[in-house]
Ligand binder design. Structure first.
Ligand code: NAD
Length: 328
């Protein structure tokens, strides 16, 4: 891992124009909003068409009110990228096929295309155009099974699902580009730990738990409830992501997590307390690729990004619940 590099030109004080891939997604829409509020022009590219996809439409609603938002419905695998990336101060590459469990299925090729080949396309064009910084959304899943102690960026990765393998490959691909002697673009890859908050993807645990509690519908709980996750609030993730585009550090990976781990059973208790309803749990057995615990060592994020998480799990789940009720 290199912390300094000739490609690491002085960081701009502020971002004038950026590209966010996956802008119609959960994290991409929050990131875009924060950038737009700071006055940055955001080219938000996503293949989900809000005319046809209600989740994408809901995620994009508040962005389209900003005059500095330029939405683009296009697939990164096929659209011409040069005109999109031209003059960008940074590219935030969040577009991917997320989710551990479905990555075992017949869509492996689609995972490879969205999570690895798109990175290659972005890096080639970013380098050609001399874009200063690409920030890549990577994942805690690259660590695989741990003994429950905090994962450090220097730990040997051990991805346990096709999804996790694609995220590790994406990191390594970016870093390979930065190691070229003629590299023009520097990279920070952020290993996000289980992100939650308003508009969280419907397949993710906290969304499923809150929906089940509100509707009194059965929650199929994978594992035994003792599985632990480092849950990270989306606003905290957004602050770290923007900091990664501005930091003079370069060509490295950085954990973005809350730095504490919570059993799924505690999430059920919090949901019960906040909604006033118990969550009707149906045990569903463990799923391949789901690791028992995740926990981030966040020393690098503190030292290189000047970042620390600010939102507690209970406050964050309360925000997510409020949003879920408002949008019901
Ligand atoms: P999301 O599915 O809500 O958003 C991803 C978006 O990328 C989608 O809107 C999708 O349409 C778009 N996309 C995918 N392939 C594309 C392509 N070829 N062209 C254009 N658009 C494309 O997912 P999310 O939860 O917001 O995750 C964002 C990123 O963060 C992903 O890279 C994911 O792997 C990573 N990540 C998320 C979490 C989490 O807890 N949500 C944890 C670790 C890493």
């Amino acid at each position: 891992m290199h912390l300094t590099h000739p490609t690491n030109r002085p960081a701009p004080q502020r971002l004038h124009r950026v590209v966010v891939t996956g802008a119609a997604g959960f994290i991409g829409s929050h990131l875009s909003r924060a950038l737009l509020e700071a006055g940055t022009t955001v080219i938000g590219i996503d293949r989900r068409d809000p005319q046809r996809d209600p989740v994408a439409a809901a995620n994009l609603t508040e962005l389209t009110a900003f005059p500095n938002f330029v939405p683009l419905t296009a697939d990164l695998m096929t659209c011409p990228l040069e005109p999109v990336l031209l003059d960008a101060d940074a590219v935030f590459h969040l577009a991917a096929l997320p989710g551990v469990r479905p990555s075992w299925g017949p869509r492996f090729d689609a995972y490879v295309a969205a999570n690895i080949q798109s990175v290659q396309r972005i890096m080639v064009v970013a380098s050609r155009l001399g874009i200063r910084r690409v920030v890549l959304a990577s994942s805690s899943s690259v660590y695989g099974a741990t003994d429950g102690s905090p994962s450090r960026e220097t730990d040997h990765p051990g991805p346990l699902s096709p999804y996790a393998v694609t995220k590790l490959a994406a990191e390594q691909l970016c870093l390979a580009h930065t190691a070229r002697t003629d590299a023009a673009t520097s990279v920070i890859a952020l290993r996000y730990f289980t992100v939650y908050g308003p508009r969280q993807r419907p397949d993710m645990l906290i969304h499923r738990v809150l929906s089940a509690a509100l509707r009194q519908a059965p929650l199929h709980l994978y594992g035994n409830g003792l599985q632990q996750r480092d849950f990270t609030y989306v606003d905290d993730v957004v602050r770290a992501t923007i900091a990664a585009s501005l930091t003079p550090a370069a060509n490295t990976v950085i954990n973005v997590g809350a730095g504490c781990s919570t059993p799924n059973s505690d999430v059920l208790d919090i949901a019960h307390r906040l909604t006033g309803h118990p969550v009707p749990v149906v045990p569903a057995g463990a799923r391949a690729g789901d690791v028992p615990a995740t926990l981030a060592d966040i020393t690098q994020a503190r030292d290189l990004l000047g970042w620390k998480p600010e939102v507690s799990l209970i406050d964050g789940i309360e925000q997510q619940l409020r949003h879920l009720k408002e949008s019901a």
